[in-house]
Write a protein that binds this ligand. Structure first.
Ligand code: NAP
Length: 323
């Protein structure tokens, strides 16, 4: 049977944080989570846009200012969430940029890698303490079909390059980094015996604000044609993230995406990633580089072993009860 938003379980008593909830797929993800009873933290760089989403979405929400292009902002946002909440059930690393108007982040990182990966790497590390003891807690990281064009590898020089602003490869690399990160996070969580699981999702193709950047001219006709034939609305594009976030049947470390038209649209199902995304050595290397660049080192706390009736390793546990 096709999975849809109607399959999201009751999330009453759960707290979720969605980055980039001010528009597109993140806004839709936040709306559906709130509609199913979760308290949703809208982590956005514009407080004004986030407040408009809070009003539109209804349910229980709050706004936290977060600019992933600044590690200071990431630290402030994480501190605010830690001050306000004793636990976090769900973190959706959704925000992203493609061909933006600026080339480097406040910390001097190539903009795609800085916002899409390094900002989320730091945020996740700073929030993991709120999650690792919470049964069924999940980190969902949003990748892209474009991870397949993320060529060239990762190193400190490239991470600080100012020439990626209009580069398809640089965007692709940041999305490859999202997948490498999600897998390495799952590996480390498993090794630590933590209660949290890490998953990844990609939305296919959707005509959101992401495409309002400044792409290389050669790409514009391709994008226009692609949007006509392949794209799906944000409501459908949010389903892989929502399924990864809430479906108890998906395995730990899973990667979900749309089923049809080369993965560009359709219902959320297990997706295929490139060989580069499955390279365990590359996953470990990127983790070390990310720690070095952000200064954020993860602390993994183990959880109590599975109780009677709880799922064995390999199966994604259902979100546990509060208290
Ligand atoms: N749409 C697609 O076809 C497609 C395809 C593959 C993957 N994706 C991925 O899907 C995710 C969501 O993108 P979308 O399509 O929904 O695009 P979108 O409509 O442009 O939304 C992106 C969100 O990220 C936020 N954001 C951008 N820079 C930020 C920063 N420095 N700090 C914090 N938040 C920031 C934006 O905030 P503002 O409102 O402040 O700009 C917005 O809320 C991204 O990870 C993207 O790579 C999208």
């Amino acid at each position: 049977m096709t999975w849809s938003a109607a399959d999201v379980p009751d999330l009453s008593g759960r707290t979720a944080l969605v980055t980039g909830a001010s528009g597109g797929i993140g806004r839709e993800t936040a709306r559906v989570l709130a509609a199913h009873g979760a308290h949703v933290v809208l982590a956005c760089r514009s407080e004004q846009r986030a407040r408009a989403v809070a009003e539109w979405a209804g349910g229980s929400t709050e706004v936290v200012e977060l600019d992933l292009a600044s590690l200071d902002s990431v630290r402030r946002a994480a501190a605010r969430v830690r001050d306000r909440h004793a636990r976090l059930d769900l973190l959706v690393n959704n925000a992203g940029v493609m061909f933006p108007s600026y080339g480097r982040t406040a910390d001097g990182f190539e903009v795609h890698l800085g916002v899409n990966h390094l900002g989320h790497f730091a945020l996740t590390g700073l929030l993991l303490g709120l999650m690792s003891g919470v049964p069924g807690s999940r980190v969902v990281t949003v990748g892209s079909l474009a991870h397949r064009v993320g060529l060239g590898g990762f190193d400190a020089d490239r991470a600080r390059s100012g020439s990626g602003r209009r580069s398809v490869t640089a965007y692709g690399r940041s999305k490859l980094a999202n997948l490498l990160f999600a897998r390495e996070l799952q590996r480390r969580l498993t090794a630590a015996g933590a209660a949290t699981v890490s998953l990844a999702a990609h939305p296919g193709l959707s005509p959101t604000g992401l495409w309002h950047g400044d792409p290389p001219a050669v790409l514009r006709p391709v994008v226009a044609a692609g949007m006509r034939w392949l794209a799906q609305p944000a409501q459908a594009a949010a389903l892989p993230s929502l399924r990864a976030a809430t479906d108890p049947q998906v395995p730990r470390g899973a990667y979900l995406g749309p089923a049809r038209r080369f993965g560009s649209r359709g219902a959320p199902v297990p997706a295929r990633s490139s060989r580069a995304a499955r390279d365990a050595a590359a996953q470990a290397r990127l983790w070390e580089l990310s720690e070095e660049l952000t200064g954020v080192r993860y602390e993994f706390a183990s959880a109590p072993g599975p109780g009677p009736g709880e799922p064995a390793a390999g199966v994604c546990p259902v979100m546990g009860s509060r208290g």
